[in-house]
Structure formats: C-alpha cells, structure tokens
Design a protein around this ligand. Sequence first.
Ligand code: ADP
Length: 446
Amino acid sequence: MFKKVLIANRGEIALRILRAARELGVRTVVVHSKADADSLPVLLADEAICIGPASPQQSYLNIPNILSAAIISGADAIHPGYGFLAENAQFAEMTAEHGITFIGPTPENMRMLGDKATARRIAREAGVPIVPGTDALESVEEALAAASEIGYPVILKASAGGGGRGMRVVHNPEDLENAVLQAQEEARAAFGNPEIYLEKYVEEPKHVEVQVLGDGERVVHLWERDCSIQRRHQKLLEEAPSILPDEVREGLVSAAVKLAEHIGYTSAGTLEFLVDREGHYYFIEMNTRIQVEHPVTEMITGVDLVAEQFRIAAGEGLRLRQEEIEARGHAIEVRINAEDPDRNFRPSIGKIETLLWPGGNGVRIDSHVYTGYAIPSQYDSLIGKVIVWGADREEAIRRMKRALAETVVDGPGLKTTVPFHKKVLDNAFFRRGAIYTNFIARRMSE
Ligand code: ADP
C-alpha cells in the first residue's frame, strides 16, 4: 500500500478520499486553493499545501503546482477525485512520469472513453447497444441525412462534452442546420473542440448506470444506480437498485462488464445507459472516475469503492469475485446544493450559521462543511450528501424523509435543495417508481 497520497481535489470528495486513506493507513496531503484554506479536508489532513488562488485554473487545474506539491511532500500516489483533473489523461501520464501512481484508470483507458464519439465506437465493437446515431459529424448534410433516417427528435452532443453541458435537442429538420452550427460553436467555446455527433433523442428514458471495478485483467460489476431525477441533465437524487425487471438489469450489468473487459479497464468506472419504456437499453457514455453518487452502491454492497481504487492502484489486484457481490436492501442519496429551488436553483452562497446533520440507523453524511463555514463562490454548489439505507425502497424513502426533517443548514440568505428533496419524496410518481429523466420538468413544476 502507498505511504502517502496527495488528494488533488476539494470539498466532500476530498474528505471522502481522506477517510479511505486513513483507514488504509496511508498519510494524506491535501492541496487546496486560498479560498479553501479552512475547509474540513484541509483541517483534517496530515499535511496541507496551498497551490494557488481561488480560480480553479490556477489551483485545482494547475498541473505544475500539484505535481510540485506531490514531489515536495514525498507523496507516492495521487487521487484526483471527480471533476477537475480526474479524467485528464495527460495529467495521469505526467504523474506516472514523476514516479507517482495515479489512482485511477490508465491514460489509454481515459483517452478511449473520454471522447464520447470514440466511446460509442468502442461500445459498438464490443457488441453493446448504443443509441442510434452517427460518429463525429463531418457536415450539416450528413446530420440532415442521418436525422431523417433515424427520425426526429434528435440530440446533438459534443464529443468532448460532460457535466450535462453541450447537448441540444432538435425537433424538426428546419431547425437542424442552425442547431448544428450553434452546437459546434458552443462545443468549441466550452471544451476547446468543436466536434459533435447526433443521436436519436430517447423520450422519457430512465438513466441507469452500472458501477464496475477492474484491475486490467478482470472486471466485476457492483450493480446499478438509477439517476433519472435530473434537472437540466444534472443529477439531484440517486438510488440503488433501479426499478427494472430483473432480465433488463441482468442485460445491463453484463453489457457493462463486456465493454469494460473489452478495453481491459482498470479502477472504478461507471457505464451510463438510457433505458426506454420497452426496457431496451442503450449505452451513452463511460465515466472513468469515482462518481458523486458512488455511496448508494457502497450502501447496498458493503464495498468501499475508494479503498478498492487504492488497492487496485497499489497493485493488489481485484479482491472481489462477482458471486460475492450481493445487493442488499435499497439506498437513496440526495445532493444538498447551496441553491434556491424556488428561484430556478440559482446559487445561494453564504456563511453557515447553524448546521445539524441527521443521524441514526442507516444514515450516512458525506460533507465537508461545518458551523461557521463560509461557502466559497468559485466552485460547484454541492455542500453535502445525505445517504440512507433501508431494507426496501419504502423503508429507504421513509428514512430519508425522517433524515431530512432533522436536517438544518441555515445562514443569512442561505438556501438549499433540502425542501425540494422533501417534495420529491412525497411525489406520487416518485413513490411508485415512475421516474424518468423528465420527472422534474413534468412532475415537479406546478
Ligand atoms: P454528460 O456527460 O454531459 O453528463 P450524458 O451523455 O451522460 O452527458 O447525458 C446526460 C443526460 O442527458 C442523460 O442522463 C439524459 O438525461 C440526457 N440524454 C443524453 N443523451 C440522450 C438521448 N439520446 N436521449 C434522451 N436523453 C439523453
């Protein structure tokens, strides 16, 4: 096992990684921006190193400063968390060049799957169903021909896209040309790469994703999560298992393993699928990192995914056999964002004056905030995650309602998504599992 890990991230995921490291007996170096100097992971770390000002470009994305911090502190591994540099193949390569282990997939894995159009091609090669659509588009004419063949509506997506950005739904041929030009321009501006492709727009799908772990030789799955509760393609509530017939679930998890094995995947990864009303599933992309919603999988399987990432990176291989990975009960996670759900989820930052997280049987909190903590404005608005486990979905829902009723995150002008989640949990469609990616738009906007 490693002696010292540098955590190249912030917020709740930095703390999550720190906790796994500590349980494994690995010392921790937390790098941080000036704006995060008093965040919890920094206060709890064995060593903390400031790597730049608040702007992510100058701190959490600043490769020379992060590598220098790793070298100076004598870290033998770097965990990138999610976001920032987590899916940057060049960073992984440079880490290795300095004799430091990158806790994550190989740069080749990341390159193959980081580009969504390439990932579609690989899925096709592996015999995994993808949404009908194109490779990278060469021209507007090609887009028109493809769309008329697969039928409207279609969705244009940036090959380099992520985080729910760079997508555009087109309902009729008259709008396609303009949409293609705009999407290319947006992709260039947002991701530095104008390449886009086109897919059939699946109406009212479920978003179901499969968690895998691989060691380059063997891949196991840890079942699936339903992440259909989304606003503008951003997840807000996740649960495991999904509400699907067993044969669909079996098909999904084996397709995921097949694709991950096809590329000799290493570390934790997630294969995202859309499932339509008939139970057909289509691969959309793979995330080559630990994800925000990984705790729901940990709750139903009892596997510490971050610890497994450490063990695999340290060369201990995959310890788990597929038959040992059982899914027990039901878990739900809600994302507590500093956003005002009554004002279009606009960011609502401020100082936390009163903080009370819930507790009790079956409740887990992953959060880096504390009473007196001032939420910085430069980063995403996630301030914590409440995760519950129940023997079945009904018990998990009741437990989450109980947990949120105990939760207090208060400060001058501060608003959070807690009241929104309470409404979701009481929604009749949610209660009976009728959840699709348009749930919030269709069922929550009265
Ligand atoms: P990102 O990498 O930006 O998260 P994804 O490709 O994972 O983008 O898609 C995010 C969400 O967008 C999906 O969960 C789904 O809600 C919606 N979406 C993506 N592709 C399609 C499609 N072909 N049809 C319908 N919805 C889609």
